[in-house]
Design a protein. Structure first.
Length: 269
């Protein structure tokens, strides 16, 4: 089933459809010969002939090595044949040329996870988290990545990381409750309280990390406990290294720091 999900995801990318609302890569100019071979490969895939498609895609790359979409097509064909290691190799080659294509990176992370390459999968999930957009679809991607990172942490016997990613995942789920259909909605407070418990355990396991404190601030803010929210925010603001915060989290913290400074100037002038 996982192969089918990966294959469907790659098929969507090749058709320019992205559930993360991120545009598919703009095709680079290519030679007519390379394009003919690539289209021949697409026709073979539609006809259920992945081996023939692989030959055509390689011929397309031989005619034009810059045809990066051919690596996505090769990955899809190898997945169809359950040749996951080869599929992962072509996803890496694609990302070498298109490093900002976050959905492909998430597919690669899932594939590496399934192949048992936990350390490599973890690195790709972390890069995916740093690159996901601040949208509802991006939040869905974050929930997926934190769930997978929690599973990897449990497999690697790292309880602190497992508590951290479970806590962040619960917080993100709670923040998405309002988007569910009315009949499917649940109260966010129980999720947020569970998130707080997990994040407190994570902070206890790694006292130098600012990431549990950053999410504890947000959890208590959503629960309306502003005193606790500000206490954990101060813990993050006092950390000059901002250990474990990714670029997006650092940018959000910088905006918050600027807002606090503006408020202080307003009341002290």
């Amino acid at each position: 089933m996982v192969s089918n999900l990966l294959l469907e995801g790659l098929a969507g990318l090749l058709l320019g459809v992205s559930p993360l609302a991120i545009p598919a890569a703009v095709p680079s100019p290519t030679s007519p010969q390379a394009m003919r071979q690539w289209l021949s490969g697409q026709e073979a895939m539609r006809g259920g002939r992945p081996r023939q498609a692989i030959i055509a895609y390689h011929q397309a790359l031989k005619a034009d090595p810059s045809l990066t979409r051919a690596h996505l097509s090769l990955a899809a064909a190898h997945l169809d044949l359950q040749e996951d290691h080869l599929a992962a190799d072509h996803l890496r080659r694609y990302l070498d040329k298109e490093p900002t294509h976050v959905q492909v990176r998430q597919h690669l992370a899932d594939l590496l996870c399934r192949l048992g390459q936990g350390a490599l999968a973890e690195a790709q999930y972390r890069r995916t988290l740093a690159d996901l957009p601040p949208t509802d679809a991006g939040t869905a991607g974050r929930i997926h990545c934190h769930g997978k990172l929690m599973e990897l942490a449990l497999a690697m016997n790292n309880p602190g990381a497992a508590h951290l990613h479970r806590g962040i995942g619960l917080f993100l789920l709670a923040s998405q409750v309002s988007l569910a259909a009315p009949e499917d909605r649940i109260r966010p407070e129980p999720l947020l309280c569970r998130a707080a418990g997990e994040l407190l355990k994570a902070q206890h396991e790694d006292t130098e990390s600012s990431l549990p404190a950053w999410y504890l601030h947000q959890v208590w803010h959503l629960l309306g406990q502003e005193h606790l929210a500000r206490m954990w925010l101060d813990r993050v603001l006092d950390d000059p290294t901002l250990k474990d915060l990714d670029q997006g989290e650092r940018l959000e913290l910088a905006r918050m720091r600027q807002d606090i400074s503006s408020q202080n100037r307003l009341f002290t002038r």
